[in-house]
Design a protein around this ligand. Structure first.
Ligand code: SF4
Ligand code: SF4
Length: 88
């Protein structure tokens, strides 16, 4: 028989619109290091242009941000509540 569990503590809502990665097209050289290092396959190349697929698969590890040699990736720490949140 299932037991009811009461959860306590504050619940923080996460705004889906607050993305933590933004690609600056004007700085991107298309080196594809972000594509190669991303463990979740969140980067793709379409018609020769590197593109971030969005938050749905992202593990929020920050590897793409660190590997980018052109500072083309703007990083904001995720607000939390969407899985693992790393600090670096
Ligand atoms: S933060 Fe990690 S999982 Fe998310 S896009 Fe960058 S490399 Fe991929
Ligand atoms: S690592 Fe940076 S410069 Fe290279 S493709 Fe990705 S965003 Fe562009």
């Amino acid at each position: 028989m299932a037991r009811a569990v009461r959860l306590t503590g504050k619940v923080k809502r996460v705004r889906k619109s607050r993305v933590h990665i933004r690609l600056l097209r004007e700085k991107c050289t298309g080196c594809r290091k972000c594509v190669q290092i991303c463990p979740s396959g969140s980067w793709t190349v379409e018609k020769g242009e590197v593109r971030w697929k969005g938050m749905s698969r992202c593990l929020e590890c920050g590897a793409c941000f660190h590997v980018c040699p052109s500072n083309a990736i703007i990083w904001r720490y995720p607000e939390g509540g969407e899985g693992v949140v790393y600090r670096f």
